[in-house]
Design a protein around this ligand. Structure first.
Ligand code: PLP
Ligand SMILES: N[C@@H](CCOP(=O)(O)O)C(=O)O
Length: 466
């Protein structure tokens, strides 16, 4: 399988190169040259597979230059760190289902891809006798999941930028209490969008990227998306088996558009099993406005009680745009340049109609999020974190637009990562799982720096392994 850039000016590369390249050399994002489609017979056979077996089948479609035995070993090792053999259990809650994606080491959906990517990086670098300095930006969850994915790995150092004071206290502690000296935390005085813009700009400086052998852990990296496709297919097949459902709908709390883009690809891969995708946003609702009005207009980031979704410029939107603009890299390049300049991007009526076929969308405010946590807890004894609650609330708003069939709401983080919001909603503190106990008692390491690209470059130059 070859990977192409959304901007068309990077020579096609194989999977391993794509993993190491991260951002395409022309500043675009890598995509497989064709999206594989599973036949009805294959989907039926996949129903019998465990999560790890299914992950192997799906990842093998994308990672075809990794020997299958090695891929199998990497997949098993990655998911052995989860606290349930189901990896991503599908749990009934009233008249919908929750897909619990928080059973990995840092209690958020990011672990599903980042445990795998950490092991994959280590293996690829070991094969080549190379080292890597990872550079990432986080609004709270990618950071700790990436750090836990590579902590202590010999040939890797990791630099994570998070917005100072804009992640939850638990998220900050998860990142900054990791003692391994290959981990560097940087709290920038700015937003996640500032951090993401800085890292993309640094990756675009190919001489710097090459000199410091920079790698990406954000959903810039194709592996992130590929590994997230698995749980959509897994949940849909489980419910087809258990409920006799034809098609399963998904509600996805969305920020950087990585998770729902994985859902979009899962539907292309397993079209017969996956129905409508509900794109759920908090007050930072640029994507909802795009789906409902066809205009993608950058706003100011508003801090919310679902801080990991406090994003205005959604990185993976460019990957979706590539398909929307008929896989024409010139049009994507032009559209992205226009957006960078004016902060606005519009698509025509035909494209808008396609968007409406791909997604339904609603934006959810703070009061509705809290009310959803309270209502679901009181009615079903199930505690949602505020991000997952945005998904559940948006799905309720869009219910009339969904054809018949089971609805699965993605639970993207454990409620204990956001105890303040949960307490406000329900009057009780979520129980802390063992992974979070004692965090406050550990020493922290973090550098607070301005959101300034040159300052970040200097920091990397001082601490990177070359
Ligand atoms: C808990 C949680 N939910 C939802 C999201 C949104 O996911 P995405 O950025 O892939 O759209 C994030 C951040 O990525 C998150 O950390
Ligand atoms: N919400 C994310 C933002 C970064 O998204 P990514 O999927 O591109 O890594 C986070 O928790 O950091």
């Amino acid at each position: 399988m070859n990977y192409l850039s959304t901007r068309g000016r990077t020579a096609p590369v194989g999977f391993s190169e794509a993993v190491l390249m991260g951002l395409a050399t022309d500043g675009g994002l890598l995509l497989p040259e064709t999206v594989p489609e599973a036949s009805p017979e294959t989907l039926r056979a996949w129903r019998r597979l465990s999560y790890t077996e299914l992950a192997l089948e799906i990842l093998a479609l994308f990672a075809d230059d990794i020997p299958r035995r090695e891929l199998d070993r990497l997949v098993r090792r990655s998911y052995a760190t989860f606290d349930t053999p189901e990896i991503t259990p599908v749990v009934p809650v009233g008249d919908f289902f929750v897909l619990e994606l928080f059973h990995g080491p840092t209690l958020a959906f990011k672990d599903v891809a980042l445990q795998f990517l950490g092991n994959l990086f280590e293996w690829l670098l070991g094969q080549r006798g190379e080292r890597m300095n990872i550079l990432g930006a986080t609004s709270g969850d990618t950071g700790s999941a990436a750090i836990y994915g590579v902590r202590g790995k010999e040939n890797i150092r990791i630099f994570i930028l998070h917005p100072h004071g804009r992640v939850s206290p638990v998220q900050a502690l998860q990142m900054t209490t990791v003692p391994e000296d290959n981990v560097f935390n940087i709290a920038i005085r700015g937003t996640f969008d500032d951090g993401q813009a800085i890292i993309k700009s640094i990756f675009e400086d190919l001489a710097f990227k090459e000199r410091y052998r920079l790698g990406a852990v954000n959903s810039i990296n194709w592996t992130r998306v590929a590994a997230q496709v698995v749980y959509y297919v897994y949940a849909a097949l489980r419910l087809q088996e258990r409920e006799g459902a034809d098609r399963v709908h998904f509600a996805v709390p969305t920020g950087n558009f990585g998770d729902i883009f994985a859902g979009y690809l899962a539907r292309r891969l397993a079209g017969a099993a996956i129905g409508t995708l509900v794109l759920a946003t908090n007050e930072n609702n640029i994507l909802t406005r795009f789906v409902n009005e066809g205009r993608y207009v950058r706003g100011t980031v508003v801090p919310t009680i679902s801080p990991s979704m406090d994003i205005q410029v959604a990185s993976n939107f460019e990957r979706y745009l590539y398909y929307l603009l008929d896989e024409d890299p010139e049009r994507v390049t032009e559209a992205m340049a226009r957006f960078a300049q004016s902060g606005e991007l519009r698509v025509g009526f035909r494209a808008q109609a396609r968007v409406r076929e791909d997604f339904v969308s609603a934006s959810v405010g703070e009061a509705e999020t809290l009310e959803t946590i309270r209502r679901v807890y009181e009615a079903h004894g199930y505690l949602l974190d505020p991000h997952s609650a945005v998904g559940v609330a948006a799905a309720a708003k869009c219910r009339g637009e969904l054809p018949p069939g089971p609805l699965v709401c993605l639970a993207t983080a454990h409620p204990a990562k956001f105890p303040d919001a949960v307490r406000r909603a329900t009057g009780r503190d979520p129980q802390r799982p063992p992974a979070l106990r004692g965090l406050e008692d550990r020493p922290t390491r973090c550098e607070v720096l301005p959101a300034d690209e040159q300052v970040i470059r200097d920091f990397i130059a001082r601490h990177a392994a070359v």
